[in-house]
Write a new protein. Structure first.
Length: 569
């Protein structure tokens, strides 16, 4: 089961998770990060580093909450690191009981069991290498990436699993819930190697969410003690060296050396040395988190530093507590764990294939391999291998993307139909494109030498440089070249330079002139027609007037004739 991945909605392909992941278990698909479960060791460092909060972690919060609401019996195993993460840890115990947990016990009980098992192992087998198995990420790291080192692992479960087995035996039918700062514990609890030991795992961040859900402010509560706590020895387990301190006498009696390592890089380094046979007869306490468990990634909402957490635990340890070792009956439980190889044989590219990928990235020589780690990989060759294996892609290389963008910009610059000039702050020519040479018949080298004083309005350019106020469109005429152009002058702040763009609008201007002449001619013709029509109308009116007068005279004469001859008409 995959316990964690990234939310695609929030992932912004910054590749910080890839840089953080020490085993490169993150694949970039369509610019989104995806965790490959078979390669992941569940350390959670990628989640802790994610600036976009794109975390998507399997949560048992609803399972626990619903079980509590249904009145089910839940017994808690709380990691000893809670003494560091929560300064008022006794108040937290009170809060957990108020929520409704049946019992609150400390995982230090399981740590005491593991201590006795480690002692017995060293006393029995003497000189050889031993690696602690309290950190599930360390165990996964060895099983997946250092299978030749598996035989050096202590053959026992972690304190969480040990305590879970005890709780199951002592509380039949109850659910067991582990609380701690470790994401890998979710993976460990769900593993088929540890059936029916821990039913739910809540991180400290999730514990705070549960308290918030129940409107409980643990800081306001009184102190309580856990129903059962471990010894001071078990409480030291989350500290660097805390495990070795508990078995120091046995280590010394067996003539062993001991080494403490915290952090995945340190773990990888020592496991490599063991696999080479360079380290022998040594007991190694290994933790994937820097500063061991008090540096766990799942307590991020608790802002205290690891040094404050260390001080909190040390202050708690000042209280004298007697040590009662686990009973023989408990030690007879089955706490054995056999680790097996989960190594993935990855197909590796040949040197020729690596070289070909590097060339695709524009890295033709050794000097081109900048090893900037911007892609998330330490070296360009590591990135090339990841590209071959399908874990990354070419566009993750910042320099490749930049060069590609520059090539596109250069193509636009050289092939633009507009004349383009770049001028420095003194108005010297930095670059000119082919269109500029075509319009003005001046070669790029020549324009750099003679300058642009005879072409452009120098005061106008100086004004833009001084005021940083762009001129986005003005018309300009070059009589020497019979060119009408539109000019834009743009100040480029990052370069402290000017970009001048000249667009040929000669045809447009000429068309406008032709249209203007056509309009004027049309107006003249129209006016002539109007005037002619007026003259015709006037002539017609004059003729009509004369005809009407003559007709009137003739008719009047007819009337007079009729009157003279007979009287009435």
């Amino acid at each position: 089961m995959q316990i964690m991945n990234f939310s695609e909605a929030n992932c912004r392909h910054c590749y910080k998770c890839v840089r953080t992941c020490k085993v490169k278990a993150i694949k970039i698909i369509d610019d989104q990060a995806h965790i490959i479960p078979e390669k992941c060791i569940a350390c959670g460092q990628c989640f802790a580093s994610c600036p976009q909060n794109a975390r998507n972690i399997h949560s048992d919060l609803d399972l626990v909450y619903n079980a509590l609401k249904n009145g089910e019996k839940i017994v808690v195993s709380i990691a000893p690191s809670f003494r560091g993460f929560f300064k008022d840890s006794p108040k937290l115990i009170t809060a957990l009981k108020e929520i409704g947990f049946h019992k609150v016990e400390e995982t230090a009980i399981g740590a005491d069991v593991v201590t006795e098992l480690y002692k017995k192992e060293i006393n029995t087998f003497g000189k050889k290498n031993y690696i602690t198995t309290c950190c599930p990420s360390v165990v996964s790291l060895i099983e997946k990436y250092f299978p030749t080192v598996i035989d050096n692992l202590m053959p026992f479960v972690s304190p969480m699993i040990a305590h879970g087995k005890i709780l199951k035996e002592e509380n039949p039918g109850a659910l067991t819930a582990f609380l701690g700062p470790c994401i890998a514990k979710k993976y460990e609890a769900l593993s088929k190697d540890n059936p029916e030991s821990i039913d739910a795992v809540l991180t400290f961040d999730e514990v705070l969410l549960l308290l918030e859900k129940e409107s409980i402010d643990y800081n306001t509560l009184s102190d309580s003690i856990s129903d059962k706590g471990g010894s001071q020895f078990g409480t030291k387990y989350p500290l660097v060296g805390g495990i070795l301190e508990n078995i120091s006498n046995e280590i010394e009696d067996a003539g062993l050396n001991y080494i403490r390592v915290d952090g995945i890089d340190e773990c990888k380094e020592i496991f490599q040395e063991i696999s080479k046979g360079n380290i022998q007869n040594c007991c190694i306490e290994a933790s994937a988190c820097k500063k061991s468990c008090i540096g766990g990634p799942a307590g991020s909402t608790i802002s205290d530093s690891t040094y404050t957490r260390l001080q909190n635990i040390k202050n708690f340890l000042k209280t004298e507590k007697s040590y009662t070792p686990p009973t023989d009956e408990i030690l007879e439980f089955d706490f054995a764990k056999a680790s097996v190889s989960k190594h993935i044989d990855e197909i590796m590219p040949t040197q020729e294939q690596i070289t070909e990928i590097l060339r695709s990235l524009g890295k033709n020589e050794k000097a081109d391999e900048l090893n900037c780690a911007g892609c998330g990989y330490e070296t360009c060759r590591e990135n090339a291998i990841s590209i071959f294996q399908g874990m990354s892609h070419l566009d993750m290389c910042i320099h490749f993307v930049r060069r590609k963008a520059e090539r596109v910009s250069n193509e636009i610059f050289e092939n633009s139909p507009n004349a383009i000039l770049f001028l420095d702050k003194n108005l010297g020519v930095l670059e000119s494109n082919a269109a500029f040479s075509r319009y003005f018949g001046i070669a790029p080298a020549e324009i750099k030498e003679i300058g642009i004083g005879d072409l452009l309005d120098i005061p106008k350019l100086q004004n833009v440089m001084f005021t940083k106020q762009n001129i986005l469109w003005e018309k300009i005429y070059f009589p020497k070249y019979s060119l009408h152009m539109g000019i834009s002058i743009i100040y480029m702040e990052n370069q402290d330079a000017l970009m001048v763009i000249l667009k040929d609008v000669t045809e447009e201007v000429e068309r406008k002139e032709e249209l203007k002449v056509l309009k004027e001619n049309t107006l003249k013709i129209t006016q002539s027609v109007i005037e002619k029509q007026m003259r015709v109308a006037q002539e017609i009116a004059s003729l009509l007037g004369e005809t009407t007068a003559e007709t009137k005279v003739a008719l009047n004469k007819v009337k007079d004739v009729f009157r003279e001859e007979g009287g009435d008409l």
